[in-house]
Design a protein around this ligand. Structure first.
Ligand SMILES: [Zn+2]
Length: 493
């Protein structure tokens, strides 16, 4: 899920902001003063699995999860650095980054980094313009096809979450909130002062909806415009960067919709966001993004949008929201398991395909093609046809996955299934799993054994109390893990 970055719900007074000049060196360590090491080295930023959030500053918690991803609070030495990435001396724009120590090394070790940005198109596919009731927004300048990259953009600024900030024990909650915002504003001043003049002007030109809650002018802009760079957590850099806030000149201008027509994806090799069209977009249409999880119901969305000062008037929020909520809930709770269906003879041969098609219909009706389930349900149909040994239909659905997996959280290798005569079919672990009594390949046999052990619900509890879950289709399981699981199955059943 792509969500907006920083949020603070705490209301406080408009602060006095002091500008502190700093020397522009290539890299500036930040020494975080901890007045009482050990007693108040506390994160004000906490994280959950999907997004970065300022937990309400009222709740100053010491959560180990946020310590591990966000701010290590060593009493000695700097915990964070301000640095410029990529370290290129060409004409490409670069990004000012406030990173946890060590994160930069992980970024530098990304395969291909630093890859130059592709040359910009002769005429951009978008333009900036006024959006009624929403300030400024981005609009398409031509027809855009589903799966196209509308924009490839290197951010102005990336900021880590979990920056440790210490408070004297005597501080009230309101004082802590303000103190944290003042400190963060100071770090932002360091980063923004290092920007080239045109980049700084672009940053200052961004909207700030946090003018009256104690945020300084820079943190206000970060909180209004930041989005999270990574939604998948497959590589070390994805994990390290998941809880960061990325501010960009153009992508940050996208307005919210509960039926967005774009989805950004951060490419670490070029160190840039790619903005995908998730369905066909007409000329002149406003380009939109989801700021919050849009699969929850209308009431919850409205609540989650409050910190962005957004009152959504999209179709899902205004026209028959109860029906829309039902469809969205069905999309969110769909958990297809191909092997479980494949071995369950009580279910019909087309059961999983029908279920998946229904979900795809809901997704297109709700216009939420940016969600991961769009690709997952499409891939499920392809996999179901592979289980049935139907190469013709499987290859047709592989072509759809080829487009829909571009912005999805889960990549799926499907190129080799585009050709119905491809030898890759018989090597696929799901090949004819539904039709053959005994699968022809070893992996298929294991899938079958596991799916049978798990039963039709896809979940089984072993006699030792351990839960055994069927894995998602397409997930690569190391052979050792499979062996272990099979041993458990034999023991438990
Ligand atoms: Zn809406």
């Amino acid at each position: 899920m792509m969500r907006r970055g920083f949020l603070i719900s705490k209301k406080a007074q408009e602060p006095e902001v002091t500008t502190i000049k700093r020397a522009n060196s290539r890299e500036e360590p930040i020494r975080l003063a901890l007045e009482k090491p050990g007693s108040w080295p506390t994160n004000v930023l906490a994280t959950n699995s999907n997004c970065v959030q300022f937990i309400s500053l009222l709740k100053v918690t010491k959560r180990s999860s946020s310590l591990s991803t966000g701010g290590a609070t060593t009493p000695d030495g700097p915990t964070h650095i301000v640095t410029t990435l990529p370290p290129l001396n060409n004409n490409e724009p670069n990004t000012q980054c406030l990173l946890l120590q060590g994160t930069k090394q992980v970024i530098l070790s990304t395969p291909g980094f630093p890859k130059p940005l592709p040359p910009p198109p002769a005429s951009p596919a978008f333009r900036l313009g006024p959006s009624p009731g929403k300030g400024m927004g981005l609009f398409s300048t031509r027809q855009i096809k589903q799966g196209e990259i509308i924009l490839w953009e290197r951010p102005l600024l990336i900021m880590a979450s979990g920056i440790p900030i210490a408070f004297p024990a005597s501080f009230s909650e309101a004082q802590r909130a303000q103190h944290a915002l003042n400190d963060l504003e100071f770090y932002m001043e360091t980063a923004v002062s290092r920007m080239k003049p045109d980049r700084r002007a672009a940053f200052m030109g961004l909207h700030n909806c946090h003018k009256k809650d104690g945020s300084g002018p820079l943190m206000g802009r970060v909180r209004t415009n930041g989005i999270s760079p990574a939604s998948q957590t497959k590589t070390e850099v994805d994990v390290k960067m998941a809880d960061h806030s990325v501010v960009s000149e153009h992508i940050s201008r996208l307005n919210h919709s509960c039926s967005p027509n774009t989805q950004p994806r951060f490419d670490f090799a070029t160190f840039a966001h790619q903005l995908y069209a998730v369905r066909d977009i007409a000329e002149g249409e406003e380009l939109t993004l989801q700021y919050v999880d849009i699969l929850v119901n209308k009431t919850e969305r409205a609540e989650n949008l409050k910190p962005y000062a957004v009152v959504c008037t999209c179709t899902a929020c205004t026209e028959n929201p109860r029906e829309s909520d039902k469809r969205r809930s069905a999309i969110a709770s769909f958990m297809p398991s191909v092997p479980v269906w494949a071995v369950n003879r009580q279910l019909s041969d087309d059961w999983l395909i029908k279920k998946s098609l229904q979900i795809l219909e809901f997704i297109e009706k709700e216009k939420v093609e940016h969600v991961a389930m769009y690709n997952n349900a499409t891939a499920t149909v392809m996999d179901a046809y592979i289980c049935l040994g139907d190469r013709q239909n499987a290859s047709k659905w592989a072509a759809k996955v080829m487009i829909r997996h571009r912005w999805a959280e889960e990549y799926k290798r499907v190129e080799e299934f585009l050709d119905p005569d491809s030898p890759a079919y018989v090597q696929h672990p799901l090949w004819r799993l539904r039709v053959d009594e005994n699968p022809t390949n070893a992996k298929g046999a294991m899938y079958k054994l596991m799916a049978e052990a798990c039963g039709p619900g896809g979940v089984s509890t072993m006699s030792n109390g351990m839960g055994l879950f069927t894995f998602a289709q397409g997930q690569e399981i190391p052979p050792e893990t499979l062996k272990k699981v099979l041993a458990m199955v034999k023991q438990g059943k």
